[in-house]
Design a binder for this molecule. Structure first.
Ligand SMILES: Nc1ncnc2c1ncn2[C@@H]1O[C@H](COP(=O)(O)OP(=O)(O)OP(=O)(O)O)[C@@H](O)[C@H]1O
Ligand SMILES: [Mg+2]
Length: 490
């Protein structure tokens, strides 16, 4: 079964300001094959996809396609119109017309087999925005298929899809490649790669770390090594001791959250930093949500700070929880207010139980202590909007430090901050644990987990699949455990 080259790209370079998103990358795609493209966050996958699909021009490099090659791309960010119907979304470029009118029946006739193939059972007249996210993603894939491409490019198509939809999509891809179509498939799920791809290319820092290897010639640990590179692995030295004599501030026992978390049991002790890790949708973030009172728990026992299960974020804060979210613009800060107003905004809530109303000068003084500790660049009266991103994130930290938390929940706390700020935050996290707090940390940055955590709980498909700690706590071990659900603790 050889259909020949459909697309060959070489020596592609693309810079954004100082960032080299692609630094001499290339790829060769053949008809009849699913070619997987993998790599860490920021490796350059989407940049390559955008160049191949013609929506981005490279600074350098060549690209050839077979004559008459039509490329359809499903991009990482949904690009549909939620206010329009499914039908209107499926035919954006030229819906069939009759007498100058949109021919709905013709559209539906064309769409029906494609929708059926994907298992998308919707009335084409439904407003897209009313569908669940997974169905919206399938609609986007259906739109690409309706263009009858010779090359279909899918950039992380399955991250929002439930398992049965992923299986249907895999079947559809097999049918397509059987017809000689080339598929470029970007994913973080290496198991999917091993199941459906004939070839795999690994990008690392904008370069090709593994070029079109045949699936049969690689395994998951090798792919992980290619993704991470030969970075020296050094498990951090950990000197903290968890308080084994005190009741653990965080206890989950047999906890389930419908559709997200199944029968999860773990504790976090005072004085330790426990990480949680998993691929998108694995359930690790839902475990954090349980602790923060932001999940619909359907079974199991939860105890946070000795007060049972928190039913709201407010209840969690009363139980001693500090929550540093990843999306600081939405949850973290009042951008138009001053530093002192932000840093003291939740300590009011926590201090409210004491009955003492602190004065403004007390609050400002307290803010100065905290921002000094964090080496914030900015004074207490500066509006937060004027600070840099990293310094804004320090204010989020300061605001929760002000509550003197017993339990600290951090979701990707250093995303988008520079290395200096990152190191300072890591120091503060260590101090919090040393001071007796129980810390739970999620991070998309595996190095952060290995540097900061005493142990990391690994989630796979809604279940706690294992724990990695001590000498074994390396980026490579974590990445492999997240893929396979393996690595039982040793
Ligand atoms: N429009 C842009 N402006 C500035 N920098 C960008 C832009 N798009 C991408 N980058 C940078 O280029 C690099 C590669 O990004 P790209 O989106 O290609 O990564 P990716 O491999 O798709 O990552 P992910 O797995 O997170 O989707 C990153 O450092 C990213 O921050
Ligand atoms: Mg991407």
């Amino acid at each position: 079964m050889t259909y020949g080259d459909i697309l060959v790209a070489q020596n592609l370079v693309k810079s954004y300001g100082g960032t080299r998103a692609l630094d001499g990358a290339g790829i060769r795609l053949s008809g009849g094959e699913v070619h997987a493209l993998v790599g860490e966050n920021g490796a350059g996958k989407s940049t390559l996809v955008r160049i191949l699909s013609g929506s981005l021009t490279p600074d350098e490099g060549e690209m050839r396609t077979a004559e008459g090659t039509r490329i359809a791309t499903v991009s990482q960010e949904l690009s549909l119109f939620p206010d329009l119907s499914v039908r209107e979304n499926l035919f954006p470029h030229g819906p069939p017309r009759r007498l100058g009118l949109l021919d709905r029946a013709a559209m539906d006739r064309a769409a029906r087999p494609v929708l059926a193939e994907l298992g998308l059972e919707v009335d084409p007249g439904t407003e897209l925005g009313e569908l669940p996210l997974a169905d919206q993603q399938l609609t986007e894939i259906a739109r690409a298929l309706l263009r009858q491409p010779r090359l279909l490019v899918l950039d992380e198509p399955t991250s929002a899809l439930p398992a049965p939809a992923v299986e249907r999509l895999e079947r559809v891809l097999r049918t397509l490649t059987g017809r000689g179509i080339a598929v470029l498939y970007v994913t973080h799920f290496l198991e999917e790669v091993m199941r459906i791809a004939q070839r795999v290319t690994v990008l690392r820092d904008g370069r090709v770390a593994l070029a079109g290897a045949r699936r049969a010639d690689v395994d998951v640990p090798e792919l992980v090594t290619a993704m991470l590179g030969g970075r020296p692995e050094q498990p951090a030295r950990r000197t903290r001791a968890a308080a084994l004599d005190l009741p653990p501030p965080v206890v989950l026992s047999g906890v389930s959250v419908p559709g997200r978390l199944a029968d999860v049991t773990f504790t976090v002790r005072a004085g330790e930093v426990a990480g949680v890790a998993g691929l998108q949708g694995a359930g690790h973030l839902d475990a954090l949500a349980v602790v923060c009172g932001r999940a619909e728990v359907s079974a199991g026992r939860v105890d946070v700070g000795g007060r049972g299960r928190p039913r709201s974020l407010r209840a969690a804060v009363r139980a001693g929880v500090a929550f540093v979210p990843s999306d600081r613009k939405r949850y973290g800060l009042m951008l138009d207010r001053t530093v002192w107003e932000n840093t003291t905004s939740v300590s009011w809530l926590a201090l409210g139980r004491g009955g003492h109303m602190p004065s403004r000068s007390e609050l400002v003084g307290h803010t100065q202590d905290l921002t000094g500790r964090l080496r914030l660049r900015g004074g207490p009266y500066d509006p937060v909007a004027r600070l840099s991103g990293g310094n804004q994130q320090k204010v989020v930290f300061a605001k929760w430090l002000a509550t003197e938390p017993r339990i600290v929940v951090l979701d990707d706390p250093t995303r988008g901050v520079d290395v200096g700020v990152r190191a300072e935050m890591h120091r503060v996290v260590g101090e919090l644990a040393a001071g007796g707090a129980a810390v739970l940390l999620a991070s998309t940055d595996l190095a952060e987990l290995t540097e900061v955590c005493d142990r990391v709980l690994v989630f796979v498909r809604g279940r706690l699949a294992g724990e990695v700690h001590g000498e074994r706590l390396t980026e490579h071990a974590l990445a492999v455990a997240m893929q396979q659900g393996g690595s039982p603790s040793g």
